[in-house]
Design a protein around this ligand. Sequence first.
Ligand SMILES: *[C@@H]1O[C@H](CO)[C@@H](O)[C@H](O)[C@H]1NC(C)=O
Ligand SMILES: *[C@@H]1O[C@H](CO)[C@@H](O)[C@H](O)[C@H]1NC(C)=O
Ligand SMILES: *[C@@H]1O[C@H](CO)[C@@H](O)[C@H](O)[C@H]1NC(C)=O
Ligand SMILES: *[C@@H]1O[C@H](CO)[C@@H](O)[C@H](O)[C@H]1NC(C)=O
Length: 483
Amino acid sequence: MRKIYWRRNSLTPIIFLVLLICFITFITTFHINQESIISFIYHTPNNCDELARNSLLHQSTIPPYHLLIPYQEFAMRTSISCHSYKLDEPKKNPSKLHPRHSQYLRGKFPYIVPYSNITFNDIENFYTKILVTKKNQTKILRTSFASNISFENVPYIYINDMWHPVGVISAQRTAILIPLQGRDFNAKTFIFNIHAFARRQLLTYTILLIEQVHPLGHRFNKGRLFNAGVRYIQNQESLNITCLILHDVDLIPENDGNFYTCEPIHPKHTTIRVQQVGSKRGYTRYYEFLIGGVLLLTMDLYKKVNGFSNLYWGWGGEDDDLSLRFIQRRICVVRPSDGLAIYAALPHPRGQRNNARFNLLTWSTVRLDTDGFAQIDPMIRFVEIQKRSTVTHIKLDVNANEDLYKAPSMEEYQSLTDQTDEHITTTRKTIVNNDLSLIESTLNEKINEVDNLLPKVKHDHKSNKDEIASVTNFLEKAIAEHR
Ligand SMILES: *[C@@H]1O[C@H](CO)[C@@H](O)[C@H](O)[C@H]1NC(C)=O
Ligand SMILES: *[C@@H]1O[C@H](CO)[C@@H](O)[C@H](O)[C@H]1NC(C)=O
Ligand SMILES: *[C@@H]1O[C@H](CO)[C@@H](O)[C@H](O)[C@H]1NC(C)=O
Ligand SMILES: *[C@@H]1O[C@H](CO)[C@@H](O)[C@H](O)[C@H]1NC(C)=O
């Protein structure tokens, strides 16, 4: 009895002490880490310019444990391309056609720039009537909206909102999404050409023009338009779209070997070289990090990165933000060869630039899950949906005059910081108290267990003793009898 009490009294303080030391070490290390990360984030800028650029950091509530990317430096140094990857080149499959086995591929695509008086009805009429009546495939057509149209009539049929090649099942079901604001003529030119292009590749496809209207703000939010377009597609379950093509309205592909198909596990970026229509200056190259222009990806990949950020107003930034999302999710991008990934760019006035983009990009990856496709619904209102077989024209209000996201003010930031500090302190206190009382109660439980066991052991011990005694007794008797 005494022995046990002596043990309990001497062991408990030692255990307490050891645990306490461990705990204090843990808390201190954690605290130091956190502080050094905070100081890393807030004190790294090494010149005033950079400090100004990162000023948004000071007004925001970015959790300190997130990776923040100094964007400009990052974009210059980082490669987003997959290094050892070959584009999907599937074998001929009679049940599902890949564009590379299409008999209508001709290489260079003879795009048409129509007269400025072309209408959406002209385009509809052309693909449902005029082209259909064109019997001799090499004959050049003249219409009231264009001259010298040399598009071939590939047999196509429009069923359930999708264009299907007759007698062929395409490997993918494709939606081409085109965000739009202003640039009406470019939209018509693009749609007029892209049907002929898609048909040469025997795609099963539909085309969505997603136009930002009402109020016609000066500021374009391409990210919201894409997110809304994808939401629309997702809601039309019968479309069963597997491949999304995010397409700028001013770019027309010039080679039909540039397959408009999605790769199974990588996004595909096909705008490598671009030439202004009618310009003699030749092609310019996109920078490696840029994935804007034309991007093809599966619905699954789109969801995996939570689509586009909804915060980029004006021209620029949202596509680089998407690059960062891919990097954050460890996704690399594939590209076709330089010779195929060529585009003609239609002229247009420059949009209003987004000057906040570098600030937004700096903490892009932090927002990934809370700013994107999953959050789009309250930010948009479908104003009008006009369906033609050649284009579904969605007019969309993206709340251009009301920013749903507001960076907190300095006061709010201060109070949030205080709250956070307080939260950390109280959490730490609760942890300490909880831990000690937990240890104490566990120890007490063990002591009670031992105490409860003791009488049993004593009892067992006593019965053992009795048994031994009786055996001894028996043996002694036996020995005595034997003698
Ligand atoms: C189409 O017309 C051209 C010249 O007018 C002729 O050489 C060619 O054989 C015709 N093709 C077909 C398929 O009728
Ligand atoms: C459109 O413009 C072209 C050339 O400017 C002209 O020849 C054609 O008649 C016009 N079409 C209509 C429907 O006005
Ligand atoms: C149309 O084609 C004809 C014959 O190929 C050519 O002479 C003419 O210049 C072309 N016109 C335009 C506007 O391309
Ligand atoms: C959608 O397409 C996939 C693959 O092409 C197919 O397995 C699935 O049954 C389709 N779903 C519907 C609702 O048509």
